[in-house]
Design a protein around this ligand. Structure first.
Ligand code: M6R
Length: 616
C-alpha cells in the first residue's frame, strides 16, 4: 500500500530515493519522506504531507548529503495523512530510522508497553512502534547488532511488513525485513538498492533478490546483500528473479498521462499474450500444472479477486461455464475471507486474478482456499509477486508495468488470460471440439485490431464526456456479459472523476434504479448486436422516456441506436458476443478519462486510492 526505497553505495542517496519514490508513487501518495545518513554521523530527513513532488521541492533546499538513505511514500491506514505521520519514523534517540509498508496489527498493545517503558511517540501511526522496538533490542539483547535488533523487534510484531532500517551507529548498512509485503533488492557495483517493487529498480540490475516471507537482509555500500531467515540463520541461495521491464516501460514516453499510455498499449499487450498459445495440441497453457485427468475431474471453479480484477472474474465465469461447462462461483476476496461456509468439492479449482499479485484480500482468500484443499491458479501481471509465488500455477499476462492507479491494460489482458483458461479446460474436458477451440482462439486474435480501431475513435468519447458536465450521478447499463462491462465502466468513472456511477443489468433497472432518472441524467447503455440487442433497446427507450441523456455503445451501422441516443460510442462488429467486453472496455476507459480531465482531476493518482492494496 505504501512504497519504500533505500540505497547504500558510492553515490549520493537522495537522487535515487526521490526518483524511486516517484516511480512507486502509485502505491500511495498522501505523504512522503526521506532520511539520509550525513557524513557527520547523524540522520537528517525531510517529510511532509502531499506528493513526492512537494517532498522533492523541500529536499532542494534541505541539503541532504549522504550515500545511504531510506524513503517512503504513504497511503494512510493508521493516522491521518500529515507531516507528523509521514515516514521515516525514528526512535527516541533519533539514531534509528525506519520506513514500513504493511500493518502492525498489535501496535496498540506494543505502543502501550513502550510508553510504559519510557518511549516517546511522535506520530499516530502503527509503524512508529517498530523504531522503538528496534531501539529496545539494540540497547538490550541485540547489543548493538542491527540485524539482530531488527530480528528481535519484528518477532514481537503481528501483521505485515516490508521494512528498511537505517542506523546512525552502523554507517552504510541498511537492514531490511519482510513479512507478507514485498521487497526486492538490486546489488550493483555502485551499491545496493531496495524497493517495494521492481518499478523503482528498472535499469539498475537484470536480476534482483526477492526476500521471502520472514527473511531479513543486510545491504552494504559495497553492493553485497546477505540474507537471513527469521531465526537469524544465513540463507545461501535467496530467491532471485530476472527483471524484463526496462526503465522506459515505466515512463510516459510522450503521452500526457499513464492512463492514456496504458489504454493505448492494450492491443500490443494482448498480441504479446496471444503469441505461441496455439500449438499442435490446441491451446497451450503449461502454467496450469494439472494433468488431463485432474482437469477433467474439476467439478467447480472458484474465482476470487477484487475491484477490476473481480470484474474479470465475472467475465471468466461466462467463459468457463459456456465453454468448459463447469459451474463457477465468483467471490470478492474480502467477502470470501469472512464467509462462514465456503462450499468446495475435492476437485474445486481456485483461480485468483490480481494485477499486482499483492492484494491482501486476494492473498488471504487464496490461503483459505488452499487450506480447504483447492489447487490455486493465479492470473497476474507482476513477475514474482506473492500471488505467483504462493500458487500452484501462474499465468503472467505480460502487460508491462501498469502505473496508473486505475487498471486498464491489465483488465483486458486478464480477460484474455481467463479466456485461455476456459478454452484449455474446454479442450481437456472435451466440451468443445479441437476446431471449436481453434475458432475461438482465432476470434481472440482479432481483438487487438478491433481495439486499435476503437482507439482511433477517442473523439467520440471526448464528445460524449460533455453529457457528464452538470451531472451528480450516472447509470451504466448492459445485459449478460455486458452488465459486467457496465460495472467496469462505472468503476472507472467513479475512480477518476469522483462522479457517482451505478451499474445495473439493463433489464433489472425497472425494478429500482429507474427512479434515479430525470431530464439530463446521463446513462451509458452497452447495446452491441447480439441476442439481447432488442431487449436492451427497449431499456434505452425507458430511459429516454424519462428524459435521460443516453450514450449508446453500439455496433457500427446500428441505426436503431443512432436514432434514439444522444451520442454513440461505435465499436466494430465482434464475431463472438463474449468478446464484446474486451472492445467496449476501451471506449469506457477513454470516456472516464475525458470526464475526469474535464473536471480537472489527475487521472493517474485519484484521491484516496492506491494501486496495490496490501492491507485487508
Ligand atoms: O492488483 P489487483 O488486481 O489485485 O487489484 C485489485 C483492485 O484493487 C484494483 O483492480 C482496483 O479496483 C483498481 N483501482 C481498479 O481500477
Amino acid at each position: 500500500m505504501c512504497g519504500i526505497v533505500g540505497y547504500t553505495g558510492n553515490h549520493q542517496a537522495q537522487p535515487f530515493l526521490l526518483d524511486g519514490l516517484a516511480s512507486l508513487e502509485y502505491r500511495g501518495y498522501d505523504s512522503a519522506g526521506i532520511e539520509v545518513l550525513s557524513p557527520d554521523g547523524s540522520l537528517h530527513g525531510v517529510k511532509c504531507s502531499g506528493r513526492v513532488e512537494i517532498l522533492a521541492q523541500r529536499c532542494a533546499t534541505a541539503n541532504l548529503v549522504g550515500t545511504s538513505g531510506i524513503a517512503h511514500t504513504r497511503w494512510a491506514t493508521h493516522g491521518a495523512p500529515s507531516d507528523r505521520n509521514a515516514h521515516p519514523h525514528t526512535d527516541c534517540s533519533g539514531r534509528i530510522a525506519i520506513v514500513h509498508n504493511g500493518i502492525i496489527e498489535n501496535f496498540r498493545q506494543l505502543r502501550s508497553q513502550l510508553i510504559a517503558a519510557g518511549h516517546e511517540f511522535k506520530s499516530d501511526t502503527d509503524s512508529e512502534v517498530i523504531a522503538h522496538l528496534i531501539e529496545d533490542s539494540w540497547n538490550g539483547p541485540a547489543k548493538g547488532n542491527l540485524l539482530e535488533a531488527v530480528r528481535i523487534a519484528v518477532s514481537r510484531c503481528e501483521g505485515s511488513w516490508a521494512l528498511a532500517v537505517l542506523c546512525a551507529d552502523m554507517p552504510g548498512q541498511i537492514v531490511c525485513a519482510r513479512r507478507r509485503s514485498p521487497l526486492v533488492i538490486a546489488t550493483t557495483a555502485n551499491g545496493c538498492y531496495v524497493s517495494s517493487d521492481i518499478t523503482a529498480l528498472a535499469g539498475k540490475a537484470k536480476e534482483v533478490i526477492q526476500l521471502d516471507d520472514g527473511q531479513l537482509a543486510i545491504l552494504s555500500p559495497q553492493g553485497t546483500c546477505s540474507v537471513f531467515d527469521e531465526d537469524g540463520n544465513s540463507v545461501n541461495s535467496p530467491t532471485t528473479m530476472t527483471v524484463d521491464w526496462d526503465a522506459s516501460a515505466a515512463t510516459l514516453g510522450g503521452y500526457p498521462d499513464f492512463m492514456a499510455k496504458e489504454i493505448a498499449e492494450q492491443p500490443e499487450a494482448i498480441r504479446r499474450l496471444l503469441q505461441n498459445r496455439l500449438g499442435k495440441h490446441g491451446i497451450e497453457l503449461d502454467e496450469l500444472t494439472l494433468t488431463k485427468e485432474e482437469m477433467a475431474a474439476i467439478d467447480k471453479v472458484y474465482v476470487v479477486a477484487c475491484g477490476t480484477s473481480y470484474h474479470v472474474g465475472l467475465i471468466a465465469r461466462d467463459f468457463i461455464e459456456n465453454w468448459a461447462k463447469v459451474p463457477v462461483v465468483v467471490e470478492q476476496a474480502s467477502e470470501l475471507n469472512y464467509k462462514e461456509s465456503v462450499l468446495v468439492t475435492p476437485n474445486t479449482l481456485c483461480v485468483i486474478i490480481t494485477q499486482s499479485g499483492e492484494t491482501a484480500d486476494t492473498l488471504t482468500a487464496a490461503r483459505r482456499m488452499r487450506g480447504l484443499g483447492c489447487k490455486i491458479f493465479a492470473i497476474t501481471n507482476v513477475l514474482g509477486s506473492t500471488a505467483a509465488r504462493e500458487s500452484d500455477g501462474t499465468l503472467y499476462i505480460q502487460a508491462g508495468p501498469e502505473v496508473c492507479v486505475c487498471s486498464t491494460k491489465a483488465y483486458t489482458a486478464q480477460m484474455v488470460g481467463a479466456a485461455f483458461l476456459a478454452l484449455r479446460l474446454a479442450q481437456a474436458r472435451g466440451t468443445m471440439t479441437r476446431e471449436e477451440v481453434e475458432k475461438k482462439f482465432h476470434e481472440l486474435e482479432t481483438v487487438p485490431n478491433l481495439i486499435d480501431q476503437v482507439l482511433q475513435r477517442s473523439w467520440q468519447d471526448k464528445e460524449a464526456s460533455r453529457a457528464f458536465r452538470r451531472a451528480h450521478s450516472s447509470l451504466f447499463l448492459g445485459r449478460g456479459v455486458n452488465s459486467t462491462a457496465a460495472a467496469e465502466g462505472a468503476l472507472k468513472l467513479k475512480e477518476i472523476s469522483y462522479l457517482h456511477a451505478e451499474a445495473y443489468a439493463a433489464g433489472e433497472m425497472k425494478h429500482g434504479p429507474i427512479a434515479l432518472l430525470e431530464p439530463g441524467f446521463p446513462v451509458v447503455a452497452i447495446v452491441p448486436q447480439g441476442h439481447v440487442h432488442d431487449k436492451t433497446i427497449s431499456n434505452i427507450q425507458e430511459c429516454i422516456a424519462r428524459g435521460a441523456t443516453v450514450i449508446g455503445v453500439a455496433t457500427d451501422g446500428d441505426e436503431d441506436v443512432a436514432t434514439i441516443c444522444s451520442n454513440v460510442l461505435w465499436v466494430p462488429p465482434v464475431t463472438d458476443e463474449f468478446l464484446v467486453p474486451l472492445v467496449v472496455a476501451v471506449h469506457l476507459q477513454m470516456l472516464a478519462r475525458y470526464v475526469a480531465i474535464d473536471r480537472g482531476y489527475d487521472v493517474d493518482k485519484p484521491r484516496n486510492l492506491a494501486k496495490s492494496v496490501t492491507v485487508e
